[in-house]
Design a binder for this molecule. Structure first.
Ligand code: SF4
Length: 390
């Protein structure tokens, strides 16, 4: 594993400059209105900017070759194309890359690029800093919720991974980052509006063009948001299931008390577009002596009846202080065989990035909940430092 503490800070947006990368088309358009772009040229200018930002990934207005010089100067006066600061980047021996990004003072987010997923690679993005849920096997669950991420902060995670992988422009062949999974820090369906807005921006054909079927949103089971998510995004759905009876699921995932399995499975059955070509993935972490017996496998098969489904068996990734152990390999294989025989694909996920704590359920940033006054104090301090260095 290699770990790099990045000491070169990219340009930070000042109070006067608005960061454009990560914003939606509508937001970019509004900012162009605000700086006085003529109404009849507004749509054209918005499209040009959108394409430069999301198709070419430019970080300097000077590179926008089809934009006239006076407008470029005006854009540079009001806006920035800079990215937030990557505080730390770690590369695992297996090629997994973990990024810790400071989106704002006290707001640090982890994203993980996993190579060799689905012929190319996937970026696991975070939707919240911390989490309000306390799934017992999950490291992030031990970190209190600091706040939801904005749609811009979600999109920026993808853009920054592309920067790091050198994958601009979008049309470049053999891109490795082709899939997005919302399986990082947080519960995406407690931040549905920002998650859906971010998916809209990522999926735009003239920009990053990440197909909606290549985006998977994983939820621990926020039942009322599941069908609306499908209607709004057409994204693939994954359910963090981990137990197939209410009693056990309540023990390891307290959200099950609010949304029991019956309600969860009803919402799954009604997920828009559900078919054999668009199956739901059920994530099942293998916890030794807890949920890994043949009886548990049979319960799972009964629960999935009638749902186009695939089961991902995840060997438990230990983290400091965790209460569980990973099931033995033979137990996992026997469990998988039973599921397979019942007609469901049940691949065992290869543990990735274990050496850098980047594997499933291991993410946790150092951000802790700060009072708003503390955040303001830090912002002022940052600004003062910035001014002193000018
Ligand atoms: S598994 Fe997901 S929902 Fe549960 S505590 Fe971890 S981040 Fe939160």
């Amino acid at each position: 594993m290699s770990s790099v503490l990045l000491d070169t800070k990219p340009e930070k947006p000042t109070d006067e400059k608005i960061r454009l990368p990560g914003l939606s088309r509508a937001q970019i358009k509004q900012h162009l209105v605000d700086i006085g772009v003529e109404p009849k040229k507004l749509n054209m200018r918005t499209s040009q900017l959108f394409q430069w930002i999301y198709n070419f990934g430019v970080t300097d207005f000077a590179d926008m070759t089809n934009v006239a010089k006076p407008l470029k100067a005006k854009l540079a006066e009001h806006f920035t194309l800079s990215r937030p600061e990557i505080v730390e980047k770690q590369v695992s021996v297996d090629g997994t890359r973990k990024y810790l990004t400071r989106m704002a003072p006290g707001i640090e987010v982890e994203s993980v690029f996993i190579p060799d997923v689905s012929r190319t690679g996937a970026l696991c993005v975070s939707s919240q800093v911390g989490c309000t849920l306390t799934c017992k096997f999950c490291h992030t669950g031990t970190q209190k919720l600091v706040r939801n991420l904005t749609a811009q902060e979600i999109v920026l995670q993808v853009m920054m991974a592309r920067d790091d992988l050198g994958e601009w422009p979008t049309t470049q062949e053999n891109r490795k980052l082709s899939n997005i999974v919302f399986m990082g820090m947080g519960e995406p369906l407690y931040n549905t509006d920002n998650v859906t807005d971010a998916i809209d921006t990522m999926a735009d054909d003239t920009g990053m063009a990440i197909g909606r079927r290549r985006v998977t949103v994983s939820t621990s089971g926020v039942v009322p948001e599941i069908v609306p998510l499908g209607k709004r995004t057409s994204a693939m759905l994954a359910i963090s299931l981990h137990a197939a009876n209410d009693e056990l699921r309540e023990q390891i995932m307290p959200i099950n008390r609010k949304y029991p399995l019956k309600d969860l499975m009803d919402a799954c059955r009604n997920y828009p577009g559900l078919s054999n070509a668009k199956r739901i993935t059920f994530e099942y972490v293998m916890l030794k002596g807890v949920n890994d017996s043949p009886k548990h496998a049979m319960e799972l098969i009964r629960l999935l009846k009638g749902i186009p489904a695939k089961v991902n068996l995840i060997p438990f990734n230990p983290w400091p202080g965790s209460d569980y152990e990973c099931s033995d390999w033979e137990t996992i294989e026997a469990f998988g065989d039973l599921i397979n025989k019942a007609g469901y694909a049940a691949p065992i996920r290869t543990p990735r990035g274990r050496d850098i704590l980047a594997a499933c359920g291991q993410l946790k940033s150092e951000s802790e909940k700060m009072r708003a006054s503390e955040v303001r104090k830090r912002e002022k301090l940052d600004l003062a430092k910035e001014q002193n260095s000018l």
